[in-house]
Design a protein around this ligand. Structure first.
Ligand code: SF4
Length: 297
């Protein structure tokens, strides 16, 4: 897209104004810390599912200092069923750095943000754009799919972002900072709710009349470079989740006895490996005799 082509930007900005989901961390209602928390929670979980967790989390720990002072057990419990619970511990590590070394304020620059525990390129860019209004491309799976389809007429096949995809994101970004934020949000939102991976809702799409992918007949629609996500049933993720769920349901500080752990899953070898990996990840403490508990501290 060259700079003279304002059509996509105007259409998507207008669509964003009228169709953006009213998520509680949007429209300037959240602090930069709150935006960071929303981005970490949304990384592998749909935003709609994140909302109640984010609200409860921010009510309890409204800033980095509050989260830094929380116990790990409380943090893991509050993460609930968001999945990939190591994210919770990384978020707390991040809070401890922000509270302990940075006076409670998130850095306002890319290098400072990516230096924080658990903050990668995507999260740093999202915080810069959405919390601080900085002109920077925010490149997630949804944005890549939308840009690739509507501007190039090609399917984005997942995996790591290619150089071409990053260049496209940079090239298409409006020069004006405010407009760049809207562009990032609108393309991401379009990918989440309209231009979805397998079944894009082109009849509801504001750019359908000029979409290159639609015009080309949807070549390779839904094709992925990566393998489809592993089914959940029977996986280590499921077993780890069962152990953590059992611990979360106990009173604070209580221990889950070995016999109760063993009753959670039939395959003893898989169960023991999962308990060991949870211990290694710092998500539980494995005690002598095989009892487990959520970590102190
Ligand atoms: S017209 Fe269809 S394929 Fe093109 S951007 Fe819109 S939803 Fe996606």
């Amino acid at each position: 897209m060259d700079d003279s082509d304002e059509w996509f930007r105007t259409r998507l900005a207008a669509w964003w104004q009228t169709h953006a989901r009213d998520l509680p961390w949007r429209f300037g209602r959240a602090t930069p810390w709150g935006v960071l928390v929303s981005e970490v929670m949304s990384q592998q979980t749909q935003m709609g599912r994140v909302v109640p967790y984010w609200q409860a989390w921010m009510a309890r720990w409204p800033d980095a200092a509050a989260l830094a002072a929380a116990s790990k057990a409380d943090v893991i419990t509050a993460w609930g069923r968001l999945g990939y619970p190591r994210r919770a511990l990384r978020l707390q590590e991040c809070a401890r750095v922000v509270a302990g070394e940075l006076g409670g304020e998130l850095p306002r620059d890319y290098d400072g943000l990516v230096a924080l525990p658990g903050v990668g390129d995507y999260t740093a860019s999202a915080v810069l754009s959405f919390a601080y209004g900085v002109r920077v491309p925010v490149v997630d799976t949804n944005v890549r799919r939308v840009l690739s389809r509507m501007l190039l007429g090609e399917e984005s096949r997942g995996g790591a972002a290619s150089r071409a995809e990053r260049e496209l994101a940079e090239r298409s970004l409006p020069a004006d900072a405010d407009r760049s934020v809207t562009w990032n949000q609108a393309t991401m939102e379009l990918g989440a709710v309209v231009c979805t991976a397998k079944a894009p809702l082109c009849d509801a799409c504001p750019v359908a009349s000029r979409c290159a992918f639609r015009r080309a007949g949807y070549p390779g629609l839904g094709e992925r470079r990566t393998r489809p996500r592993q089914r959940f049933q029977g996986t280590d993720r499921q077993v780890r989740g069962l152990v953590l769920d059992a611990l979360r349901s106990l009173p604070a500080g209580a221990t889950l006895e070995r016999a109760t752990v063993l009753a959670l899953w039939q395959d003893r070898a898989q169960l023991d490996a999962c308990v060991a990996s949870l211990d290694e990840d710092g998500l539980i403490e494995l005690l002598d005799g095989g009892d487990v508990r959520l970590p102190a501290g």
